[in-house]
Design a protein around this ligand. Sequence first.
Ligand code: ZN
Length: 314
Amino acid sequence: MSGKMYTASIEMVEVSPRDGLQNERTIVSTAHKLGLIERAIESGVRRIEVTSFVNPRAVPQMADAEEVCAGLPQRGDVTFIGLVMNARGADRAIATGRIDQLGAVAVATDTFAMANQGQTSDGSVEAAQDIIRRAKDAGLTAQATIGASFGCPFEGEVAEDRVVAMAEAIAEAGPIEIALADTIGVGNPVHVERLVTRVRETIAPLPVRVHFHNTRGTGLANVWAAIGAGASIVDASIGGLGGCPFAPGAAGNVATEDVAYMLERAGISTGLDLDSLIATNRWLAGVMDKQLPAMVGKAGGFPRPETERKEELA
Ligand code: ZN
């Protein structure tokens, strides 16, 4: 029996400053957000969703989008992503002069699309296409995420044909990739493998990115299934913070340190430094004044340095 061949490396996108924080009640200061971004970059992150340009009344945590952008480090080797829902958000992000890439969002069901961004699912596809075109006209790159790809908090099961058709329509606008998001954490590995495969085959040569929430404990299994099906980019959030303000019961993203631990131990390079991520977890737990959901953030990596092993035996 021959072993399955896995990819040598995966690109990680850090989403903690946006998806990680947006559902937190405690408003995090701009300085702490910039501290998180700088620590993530020190840990090896080279693509990072820094904020979203949405109505501050709807998402108060993101009200300082322009201030965050003004404080971003000058790094030619890091791609800063701004999440936007419409033309106005795109214009705001472009006007900062610091955002390299726009992230658009289309939602697979009408009810969730109305709750999330006040438009139908078809309307959200058109908005994503418009955002991608605006980004390209401004000399930026763009990508799009299909929210509720694996299930909807309001409508339940989501037809895979619908998600595939949305990906095909969005791909025509020329994004660099399309992501499938399990916004409410209801996906399972078999579903993930099937849908990632279908979308990958539909939009090739565009790559598939995946975005999982660990609401029901299937997050890491879904990451592994997605990679096996050919997804090449994975979203994650340091500490496993995260959630959607418009999705009832949504919980955190898969934790960056948990994904990095699993993949690096499996021989798949992420470009991330695990000890540095764990140190950032501790720092962020202090900022948020609570323990964060990440498992590896609590347990540490393996094998441990010899000095620490001796301490454990003592
Ligand atoms: Zn999310």
